[in-house]
Design a protein around this ligand. Structure first.
Ligand code: AMP
Length: 400
């Protein structure tokens, strides 16, 4: 069985064709600059990479190009489109309209239209992506898989904001979280790796990348997560402020003559590591700058690690203990110094990182990095959000 996973952005479309028998990637790539001059098409399969500038005026053309390439006699990996059993679409925001992966139907797409403005940059793109795929594959089952889906098991006191309750009722203002597919994947992989029943585990998953979020997982279910109504909340990130006193944001807006939408752009794009350091949002640049004496780069990195540590402490409390801490995504998998700094002085919780194992972690593998006498397992697990989307597609479309 083969599942095509589609991740549509406003001007991009990432794709992966996954063989579900082996859970391996047959082909993957990206269409960039859709609807913009110099569109770029990347296709990787059978150890080869093809990159071409091809005009892609819209997502329909991009999807057709992907399908034509997947079925190409020379470089394709399938003989015909009929070999694609289902399509899984990544969707950023669900509101309370969708609490689980959902089959694409006219009714589901109507609901998608209604929640468009929950993620104005991302959700409209997902709708365009679904329609582009439906135009090419009208009879192939398709499933919407939401980044927020894993977080719907949070108790009400964890997801509610302390605002006028009628605003929750009217607008569904609450914590939704993000990176749900990643947190779910690494929590399940951690249980498998440890040879334990996930029902019996308390895990803190740290997805640390361009966007970062931390989740408390009890018995395989999310009970709290650091991102909020949108992915702006939680630890400071590449360009996002993370948690901030709203009154401080209002004060800056007043002084700098920003309106609310300018303020949101500022908090999402100009703050975080970039804003504090003035150097970059990328942790490699920040580390290099800090090492050559840039104190603001050092400060940004310290703030990030401190933020992660605070969430680990908070979630150890809400979980009533922790069996495993999992690091994943670009920073979690690659940045040994951030792992080390965010776990520093947590030995009273039984969390003890082995400095050598941490420094010698081989990228792309699953590894445990705790000392022999650490009560808590410390794991690095490469994430695989596409595989979760493909698995959910098989389940929801009843393809298995
Ligand atoms: P992601 O959003 O998961 O793709 O993560 C991207 C981020 O991971 C980049 O912006 C970098 O800050 C970080 N990153 C990637 N590779 C490394 C590395 N080798 N060392 C430190 N940080 C890295």
């Amino acid at each position: 069985m083969k599942i095509l996973v589609i991740n549509s952005g406003s001007s991009s479309l990432k794709y992966q064709l996954i063989d579900m028998q082996t859970e391996s990637v047959l082909a993957k790539g990206v269409c960039e600059r859709i609807g913009i001059a110099n569109s770029n098409f990347v296709y990787k399969a059978k150890g080869h990479t093809l990159e071409r500038q091809i005009d892609m005026p819209d997502h329909k053309v991009a999807v057709k190009l992907v399908l034509d390439t997947l079925t190409d006699k020379n470089i394709g990996v399938i003989a015909s489109m009929d070999e694609i059993d289902g399509v899984g679409h990544r969707v950023v925001a669900s509101g309370e309209a969708f609490k689980k992966p959902t089959l694409v139907t006219p009714e589901a797409m109507e609901l998608m239209e209604e929640i468009k403005d929950l993620a104005p940059l991302h959700n409209p793109a997902a709708i365009v992506g679904v329609n582009a795929c439906l135009a090419q594959m009208p009879h192939t089952p398709m499933v919407l898989v939401f980044d927020t889906g894993f977080h719907f098991t949070m108790p009400d006191y964890a997801y509610m904001y302390a605002v006028d309750y009628s605003h929750y009722e009217k607008y569904k203002i609450r914590r939704y979280g993000a990176h749900g597919t990643s947190h779910k994947f690494v929590a399940e992989e951690a249980a498998k790796y440890l040879g334990k029943d996930i029902e019996e585990l308390k895990i803190i998953t740290c997805h640390l990348g361009n966007g970062s979020s931390i989740t408390a997982v009890k018995g395989g279910k999310c009970i709290d997560t650091s991102m909020g109504f949108t992915p702006l909340a939680g630890v400071p990130m590449g360009t996002r402020s993370g948690d901030i006193d709203f009154a401080a944001a209002e004060y800056i807006a007043r002084k700098e003559n920003m309106d609310i939408s300018e303020m949101l752009t500022y908090l999402n794009k100009k703050c975080g590591m970039l804003g504090v350091s003035g150097v970059s949002s990328d942790f490699r640049d920040l580390t290099a700058a800090a090492d050559s004496g840039n104190d603001r780069a050092r400060l940004a990195l310290d703030m990030f690690a401190y933020g992660v540590k605070k969430y680990i402490g908070a979630y150890a409390a809400v979980l009533n203990g922790v069996d495993a801490i999992v690091f994943t995504a670009g920073i979690g998998e690659n940045d040994e110094r951030i792992r080390s700094a965010s776990l520093k002085d947590l030995d009273y919780l039984g969390i003890k990182l082995d400095a050598d194992k941490n420094a010698n972690y081989a990228r792309g593998t699953i590894a445990e990095l705790q000392t022999d006498d650490s009560a808590v397992k410390i794991l690095v697990i490469p994430t695989n959000e596409e595989l979760v989307i493909a698995r959910e597609t098989v389940k929801e479309a009843k393809l298995a």
